[in-house]
Each structure stands twice: as C-alpha cells, then as structure tokens.
Design a protein around this ligand. Structure first.
Ligand code: C2O
Ligand code: CU
Length: 623
C-alpha cells in the first residue's frame, strides 16, 4: 500500500503541472477542475502513506504539499469562476512542478530549513512576477531562461559530482556525533588504524590466498573468466576452530587489478579488516599482505576482496570462512549462492553448480548448511527490491544462526521461503531423514542442492516468508541507555555520481564522500535507526561490529544480532551496538552497485586516524 501510494505521489506533481499549464493556456472548466481534483488526490495519497510514519511523509507534508496547495487555493479564491486573472493558474503550475522536484528529483532529508527557504523563494518570486505581468508572460523568453538556468545547474552538478583525485579518509567533513558529546574529530588523533593489528605469536591456522585469473567451467558447461583465490571459485573454505589465531597471506597474481581481503562478519581488529583506502592500500599485482586475527566468534562468515568489490566479488574473489565451535559434528557445508555472468547468460548457482548437485548423506547425520548470499542483486537488472529467496524441502529444519551468531530458542520450521539480503548468512540445521532434502534458489527452481538418495522432492514457491523478527525467543537486550543515536534515511532518485547520471541510492540524501561519518567514543552504547524511504532494498553492512535488532517499524522484535540487515522499502529498523572495536569502519549497502554509486559511510572512533586515501589518483577503489 505504502509503496503504490508513495510512487504515485512522486509523479503526480508533474502531471498536475502539465494540467495547470494547459489550463492557463486554454482556460476551461474541465482543465481547472481536473487540476483541483489532482491536488485533492495528492493530499489523499499522502494521507494514505501517513500511517507508515512521519519519516515517510515529512518531506511531502513540510515541503511539497504546501507548495502545491497554496497556489491552488489562490486559483479557487481569485480565479474562479471566470478563470480570470490567469496568473494564479500559472503560479499553481510552478507549485506543482516544485512538488514534483521535491518528491521525485531532490528527495531531501531533514532538517528541511534550507529547502523551505529556497523553494518558497522560488514560488513567491515566480508568483510575484506573474502577478505583475498579470499572467501574460511570453512563452519563448520564459523557456529560454528556464533552459539556461536548468542547463547551468545540470552542468554544475555533473562537474561537482566528480570524485576528487585524492581524498584523505581523515578529512571527512560531515561528522555526525549522534547527539552525544562532540569531540575533536580526526585532527588530534592518538591512534593510527595501522596500529590496530591482530595478535602476534604462532598461528593456529595459516592459509595462503593467491588471487589469480582462471577460466572456470560451471556444472552446466558454461564458462566464467573469473578472478579467483587459488584458482577456484568460490575460494577455498577457510575452516578454523573457535579461538584459533588465524594467519592469512594474500598474494596478488592478477595481471592488473589490486586486491584485499575483508572478513565479512568477523569483528577483527581494524588494521586486519581489509578495506582498500580505509584500513590498507590495495595490494598491487605482485604484492603480498598478511592478515592476523583471533577467531573468537563461532559461526558462518565469508571473505571477499574490498577493492573494486562491485566488479571483483561478482567475478569470483570471495570464499567461505567457517569458525567451528568445539562441539561441531556431522555434515557441515557452506553453500554460497551466486550468479555468474557467462557467455551463455547469467547462471544462478550454488558455488559452481548451476545444475542440480547431489551429495550423499547417511540418514541420521546432523546437517548444518551455511547458506551465504554473495550475489549482488542489482547486477542483472533483477528487480532491485526483491531479496533472493531460498526453499529447503523434505525435512523440518531450524534457522540456527543468522549472520554468524546463534539464535536463542529457534523452533522447527517447515514450508517457508527464506528471503535473504546480500552478504547475509542463515545456518540451516536438521537431522538427515531417510529421504532426500533439497535446497533451492527460487531464481532457478530446477537446480540447487540435493542431499541423500532417491527422487528429488518437488519445490513449492507459494509459501509464507520466514521472518526473523518473530522467530525464536529473541536475545534479551543488554542495552539500557544510549550515548548516541543516529538516524539515516535511505532513498534513491536521479542524481550525478562521479560525473555520470543515474539513480543512485542515498543516505540522508547524500552520496559518499558527503555521507555522514558516525562518530563514537570507545565504550559508547549506540542506537541507529534506518528508514528506507526509497524503491530498493538495502542490506546494510557495518564492519567490525554486530548490531542487535531492536525494532521494526516501531514494533519490538525477537531481537537477533546482525551484520548485514536487509531493509526493504517502507521499513524502519532500529538497531544497537557497543562501540567496542576502535577504528575507522565502513558502513555500507551490500548491494554492491549501490555502494559503487555512493551508498557508503563510515563509523569512526574519536581519536583514531586512517592514513589512507581513495580517489582517482590513488590505487584504492574500495567499492
Ligand atoms: Cu562484505 Cu564492506 O563488505
Ligand atoms: Cu542498497
């Protein structure tokens, strides 16, 4: 409901401006009354979206509607019934156009002070001019002025959106202190990101990852010119025991591409986080880099490059990272859901299996499938807002863990669909029955993973969605009071980014590097609220921390710890985390195309300094 109504409110202003324009040119009752009717419809539509929450209508109520209503009222009072004078009708066209500009093009986020001043100055100025000329304004000169002003604005915006050649991570200007004590920013840094390293000593588990090009053949025979770790996609599973000191040596044998390794979901020390331009420089071809961290969290994680990640993760620079608890038994299998670009088209796959793959499992075996969604859902023009959806058929099962953290009191499930945001992980556990069990990606109902002997069970897609918000007993929140609260409005609209025009997704109507840097002090309890006011889903991923989900759309949930939270259009989530891992951390949408187009911000601890740079003249392109 919200989505349909809100989408209509975005375009109605343009339609109305056209109606008023025609009515001013060819005055007639039908046009004028249609215009007035459209105004009423706009008010009703905004009324329909009102219950979704103030954050979803504030831009309409505070900014857009008054611009439309005030001149429309003038038409009623001054120009009816004879439709003379005509200037109020012209003014109404200007007001409707401004409404369209606000809700469709500009999409401002609070506070709206500057927007109010500018928009009303335009409306009042135009109305004054029209009144002075009695609405008899010649179209050609007006058109010429509009074209010159608009052209100038577009040219300026295009130039201004080009990213700088060199941007110091330490020079971000939009610092948000979340209502807590304001500190010194980055200037008086006591600690450097590069000092925040993992422990020294002899590693319990040591791996080498070699980034290299390789042509990969999927099970269907389709081929991928992949970028791989160790010549395989996904990269080798790094399987360690909880508590292990892990050492990974990265070697870059790619011909002309930098690489890093980020440990998605593992809250490692900042210098080990593997983000080009934030925690290290991208490793150049021929270079190496050593990561060290202690694997304190048992659970399902994954690793991937964080250099050109939109391009490079898609092409294969990722793999599973499993931290086993001491008591692990049975079949324990990471399943990485990916989509590959091949000359034969896009292939939906688990790993490299884009056809059905069978695995023998003896009945009675405890099974844990570590389902990991690695696939950017914006790459292939699929509807951005649809999360990938999986079905496990043939057995009751539990979602034992989400995002590498065990749930409290999960209960058996059956006949549900599992929608998952990008970057997220669900651990599905069950005891192998005497007949086959099948895991399917609904994007490819014929494929998937088949466990056990016998005919594959049929897959149904008409099932209710699994919803973690109402599942299990929920974590009892350890948060009492908050030192800082942040609010982030997610939206999308037409804009330039780095010189090109597209439909980027924004945070508080800003794109990196203008997005806010969330500033905290070590020890803070931090609350963050995400409001998705746009058209796309945004799996928001904060590095270095797990956040506890507290509420959705104002309703309390069965809380769970997350590091990749799927936020659908029309959803507001409030989460909380402890600022207990000092550093400068990326916080971004894991629909990597969105990140690539500027949906990136950072969490920074007061007094911690990143010496790294991003920008066209540096090697670092983390997105
Ligand atoms: Cu999966 Cu910023 O990463
Ligand atoms: Cu996004």
């Amino acid at each position: 409901m919200w989505e349909i109504a809100t989408n209509f409110t975005e375009v109605l202003g343009a339609l109305l401006a056209l109606l008023w324009g025609l009515a001013a040119r060819w005055p007639g009752r039908v046009l004028v009354w249609s215009g007035l009717l459209a105004v009423v419809v706009q008010v009703v539509l905004v009324g329909l979206t009102w219950p979704t929450g103030w954050d979803y209508v504030s831009n309409r109520v505070v900014l857009a509607l008054p611009l439309m209503l005030a001149p429309a009222a003038l038409v009623v009072v001054v120009s009816l019934p004879r439709l003379e004078p005509r200037w109020p009708v012209h003014a109404a066209a200007v007001g409707a156009l401004l409404d369209f500009y606000v809700v469709f093009v500009d999409r401002p986020a609070p506070p709206y002070t500057v927007n109010v001043i500018v928009l009303w100055a335009i409306l009042l100025g135009a109305t004054g001019l029209l009144w002075w000329r009695q609405g008899r304004i010649r179209a050609l000169p007006v058109l010429a002025v509009v074209v010159v002003v608009l052209g100038g604005a577009v040219f300026y915006l295009q130039r201004a959106s080009v990213l700088p050649d060199r941007l110091d991570m330490a020079s971000m200007t939009n610092l948000d202190w979340g209502g807590g004590p304001v500190g010194t920013g980055h200037e008086h840094a006591m600690r450097n990101v590069t000092d925040l390293t993992g422990p020294s000593g002899r590693p319990d588990a040591a791996f080498t990852l070699v980034a290299q090009e390789k042509r990969i053949t999927l099970s269907s025979g389709a081929t991928v010119d992949a970028w791989t770790f160790n010549g395989q996609v996904p990269g080798p599973e790094l399987r360690v025991r909880q508590g292990d000191l892990v050492q990974v040596t990265l070697v870059n044998h790619l011909k002309s591409e930098g690489v890093t390794v980020h440990w998605h979901g593992l809250d490692v020390p900042d210098a080990e986080d593997g983000v080009a331009g934030v925690t290290q420089d991208a490793v150049r071809p021929g270079g190496t880099y050593v990561y060290r961290f202690r694997a304190t969290q048992a659970g399902s994680f994954w690793y991937h490059t964080h250099q050109d990640s939109y391009l490079a993760v898609d092409r294969g620079l990722f793999g599973p990272l499993t931290v086993l608890p001491p008591e692990a038994t049975g079949l324990d299998l990471p399943v990485m859901a990916h989509e590959w670009t091949t000359p034969q088209g896009v292939r939906t796959a688990f790993g490299t299996s884009d056809t059905q793959r069978r695995v023998a499992v003896a009945p009675g075996t405890p099974v844990r499938l570590r389902l990991i969604n690695t696939s950017d859902n914006t790459v292939w023009g699929a509807a951005d807002k649809d999360p990938r959806t999986f079905v496990l058929t043939g057995t009751p099962f539990t979602v034992a863990a989400i995002d590498g953290t065990d749930l409290v009191g999960p209960t058996p499930l059956r006949d549900v669909r599992l929608p998952m945001g990008v970057g997220g992980r669900y651990d599905l556990t069950f005891t192998m029955p005497g007949h086959p069990v099948r895991l399917t990606d609904l994007a490819d109902p014929g494929g998937g993973l088949l466990l056990g002997e016998g005919p594959a069970p049929a897959v149904r897609s008409d099932l209710p969605d699994f919803d973690p918000a109402g599942y299990g007993a929920g974590v009892r929140s350890p948060f009492k009071a908050f030192d800082r609260r942040f609010k982030l409005i997610l939206d999308d609209g037409p804009a330039f980014y780095d010189g090109s025009l597209s439909f980027p997704s924004t945070i508080n109507n800003l794109l990196f590097p203008d997005t806010p840097t969330l500033m905290v002090r070590e020890g803070d309890a931090v609350e963050t609220t995400f409001v998705n006011r746009g058209h796309n889903d945004h799996p928001m991923h904060l590095h270095g921390h797990h956040a506890l989900v507290l509420s959705r759309n104002g309703e309390p949930v069965r809380s769970w710890w997350t590091d990749s939270l799927e936020i659908l259009p029309g959803q507001t989530y409030t989460v909380a985390f402890h600022a207990d891992n000092p550093g400068v951390w990326m916080d971004h949408c894991h629909n990597l195309k969105h990140a690539f187009q500027g949906m990136v911000m950072h969490l920074a601890y007061e007094g911690v300094h990143s010496p790294f740079q991003v920008g066209h003249k540096t090697i670092n392109r983390p997105e």
